[in-house]
Design a protein around this ligand. Sequence first.
Ligand code: FPP
Length: 251
Amino acid sequence: MAATAAIRDPAAHARSLGLDPARLPRHLAVIMDGNGRWARKRGWERFLGHRRGADTVRAITTECVQLGIQRLTLYAFSSENWSRPPREIAVLMELLAQFLRSELPVMQENNVRLQAIGRLDRLPAEVRAVLDANLAATAGNTGMVLCLALSYGGRDELVDACRRLAARAARGELLPEAIDTDAVQAELYAGDDVDLVIRTAGEQRISNFLPWQAAYAEFVTSQPLWPDFTLDDLRACLIEYQGRERRFGLV
Ligand code: FPP
């Protein structure tokens, strides 16, 4: 992420890109796909794609701050990603730690509050330590929430929510018939509704990402592989989103 000293008026920035600032997604979620293919196309090892992908994370996060988007959730590491080769997992964890170390001053400058969702207890201790430090350091910030989905699976999230509800019921604090959508949502890692999901690399799958929160989200597929995804590609996705009619099941 880069500092944003140059732009202080998100609405003017959005308008300069041909976007309606009043109709930007409040919560944008991104499935950053295609790092491996990006590297393979060049005959390189997959981890080099992840490294370049981390640069895209910085650029896109900064642009979302500048646009005044309130919440950005990035699918950085899924529950299923634990099954990848140990070396690739190690590189991803190191990139994550590096990102957290290098971006803290920028997050502070941009008033970004970091959040993390997932089974964080599975993360290596050194990643957990820098993550916890950044969560604490940015807890008072009031600007965009940057939410990293780490060791995250949507089904795991629902299972964990069910366990917490069941434990409360077993303690006699909750009647089963009092469990409604609000009660389930309140037990999610973070229940904020998603307005737009972008997936890169031309894929059209949800892949266990925010199944509850994205129930009424618009889904936009972008063709570039994540390391090649530019600010112009983000703009194109936002234009497409603004052209959609959101009906939320109504007529
Ligand atoms: C999918 O590409 C991407 C991931 C599994 C990880 C995303 C991680 C990053 C963008 C870098 C580190 C993150 C942060 C927040 C600094 P893939 O490997 O599945 O690509 P492929 O489908 O082409 O093989």
